[in-house]
Design a protein around this ligand. Sequence first.
Ligand code: NAG
Ligand code: NAG
Ligand code: NAG
Ligand code: NAG
Ligand code: ZN
Length: 780
Amino acid sequence: MFNLRRLLQALGVAVIGGNGASHVTLDNNPTLANVAADPGPGGTAPVRPFRLDQVRLGGGLLQEKRDRIKGFLRAYDERRFLVLFNNQAGRPNPSGVSPPGGWEDGGLLSGHWTGHFMTALSQAYAEQGETAFKSKLDWMVAELAACQEAYTARKKPTHPGYLGALPEDTVLRLGPPRFAVYGANANTNTWAAWYTQHKIMRGLLDAYYNTNSSQALQVVVKMAEWAHLALTVGDKNQPGYKGNLTRADLNYMWDTYIAGEFGGANEVFPEIYALTSDDRHLQTATAFDNRESLFGAAVADRDILVVTPQNKPGRRRAERLHANTHVPQFLGYLRVYEQSGAREYFTAAKNFFGWVVPHREFASGGTGGNYPGANDNPELFQNRDNIANAIAQNGAETCTTYNTLKLGRNLFLHEHNATYMDHYERGLFNMITGSRADTTSTADPQLTYFQPLSPGSNRDYGNTGTCCGGTGMESHTKYQETVYLRSADGSALWVNLYVPSTLNWTEKRFSIKQETAFPRGDTANFAVTGQGPLDIKLRVPGWVRNGFLVTVNGEAQSTKDVQPSTYLSLSRTWKTGDVIQVRMPFSIRTERALDRPDTQAIMWGPVLLQTIGKPSGGSYWQLSLYRYLKRDGDYQRAAIKQTGKTSAGDPLFTTTTSSTSGSLNVRPYYISDNQAVSSYFLRVEPAVVFGTIDTGVPNRKRNDGLPKYDVPVSGITSPGTDGPTFLDLIWDQAPFATHAAFVQVVTSTADAFVAAKVYTTKERDTIVAKAGEAERELAP
Ligand SMILES: *[C@@H]1O[C@H](CO)[C@@H](O)[C@H](O)[C@H]1NC(C)=O
Ligand SMILES: *[C@@H]1O[C@H](CO)[C@@H](O)[C@H](O)[C@H]1NC(C)=O
Ligand SMILES: *[C@@H]1O[C@H](CO)[C@@H](O)[C@H](O)[C@H]1NC(C)=O
Ligand SMILES: *[C@@H]1O[C@H](CO)[C@@H](O)[C@H](O)[C@H]1NC(C)=O
Ligand SMILES: [Zn+2]
């Protein structure tokens, strides 16, 4: 394949024009001075992605999910995507071919799905070189090029180069003097017009990157030239036109829900700048800065995703921001940083990510949700730290996870903090793999929109023509994108994910084959081909509890002090035939919602386990688990046991008797069918017990002074005095090497509860005495 970097000028100093123009210099790692920039994500970062064609998936969960989507891409008639574009360009359509439908139906979001489909085709081609995908894509690109030309020639648009499935005016009217809003009137309203422009441009850029389509590059550069004029000169033929757009005009546009939603439009222009060296495109990227209500707050790390009505920043901003409108904006800011060096764009992206993860993240890796008394739109951000009260029917929107994964991953390219990859892995092996139905149907993409989190709810699949259906086609065709990363200077290989795959690092003549059943298994073997010095950095997942064991050529490496959520670096001179083996035993953990410690999720390594079935009355399943624990604190051995496997190898578990029914069956989140399942359960632990020994003392909570919600939730008191229970605090410290160690923790915790006036001295004495008697009871 071609190498993009050869096309590029080395990037030195860039200038941002337009309002607030500033001179900026790259503040890169100085050791990268001689490393050329890339146009894509992490273009100037110390760590960079591999091209998609450099990594191939092996058999396993991800390949199964990918192949189902590939089946859809193969079967789908790509001519359907051109119908609306041809209509705009005055070109004929074959009879009997209809537009895809969904929001790709001639309505005001049309065109977006065409872009997603092109990205998906390009990715599907990149991995295995299957020409069917490239043929479809080449045809689409050629037809779109013809539409672009015909539109400019025949429609005499306000600015040349426009390409869309809708009239140019649907984009221009968002700006002055009309400032169109969202609505159903095709002549006066608009809907996320720049979001659609972004998707089409993204699809073309991906066609260029992944299939070397120079025609796609030509078309997208013309679109960028049109965008530059649309966002500077603007709607110049409109009565009432007052001259070029101002910063205030742009701020006003981007704050308009959902007319001004622009997706990640600001990510494509820095790339086009990098590809063309034309400064105008970097200027266009900064036109999208959401300067009135969000950008400055993000730079200052002031979390204003949800505000009270009286604190609404901005002239047109809503009280609660729409999650998937805003996450991709920060992907664009990061790209502006990468190609301009202006640090505030990085700071904004990093801080924003920190508002979402962990403060608004469900155990599935999703965000969004709803809470009692809020308006009924689960696509919006919930209060900071409002997890348990946001577990609504319709839970998390799938496309938002697609974007938060991208954001965390792209931040990692600059700051190699393993927590970004913990989030990526969580989202990938739950929300993303869980978004594709385990069917072979090609009638529609069989993807989720919302993934419900409330007790006993089931997922629905379909989503032709929606945001989540579009990003879903992409997610399942780029599973290999983050498995490996490389340092820009070629000195290190980052192994971020345990996924069966082969990396061919052609530039270094180095290849590595990873064999693993992960997440169905917890070992991975790596076989090296090639030679020379290299740091191989293995990710130690944040969920590791029972060691992370590594051998090189059979020789155990010292991993005693390795901490979860870090990377273990193997620095040596490698040679063909070297083998690395990794074992990271999974364990069952329970995770507490930030705002309600008794609202919990069951995790198995990276995988969220869902209980099957519908609890009565829409309430949570209730589980009491502490009385089954032994000194090792192992939930799997004592309370949630693996009882079998599906034919695909997915582990199945059974809980001990719940207080709401008999025992419950539990399985991985990524299994995608229509069964009623629950992601969270209610932990009910009324008494201090040590095995079957009941102390008779209530298992009280410590008051942790949990934060109040940013915006009061009607009918729900803020967590406030909530906190973990006595037994939570004890078992958080498991495993206990000896019974004496256990008794010591019980004693010191009980003393602290006495000091905090939660327990009386008498209760403390009872607890400590019973703990002492429980030696045989707790022996593993
Ligand atoms: C990529 O496209 C260019 C221009 O069309 C062509 O010269 C080059 O050979 C292509 N490279 C590959 C690897 O196909
Ligand atoms: C208006 O925008 C155009 C295109 O970017 C630019 O050439 C021109 O200088 C701008 N006019 C003013 C007054 O800023
Ligand atoms: C990584 O990020 C987490 C979460 O923001 C933070 O707590 C931790 O300190 C960071 N680690 C490093 C090494 O910066
Ligand atoms: C890696 O790719 C190069 C170039 O395409 C090829 O010659 C080589 O055989 C590949 N190596 C492996 C191990 O697949
Ligand atoms: Zn969506």
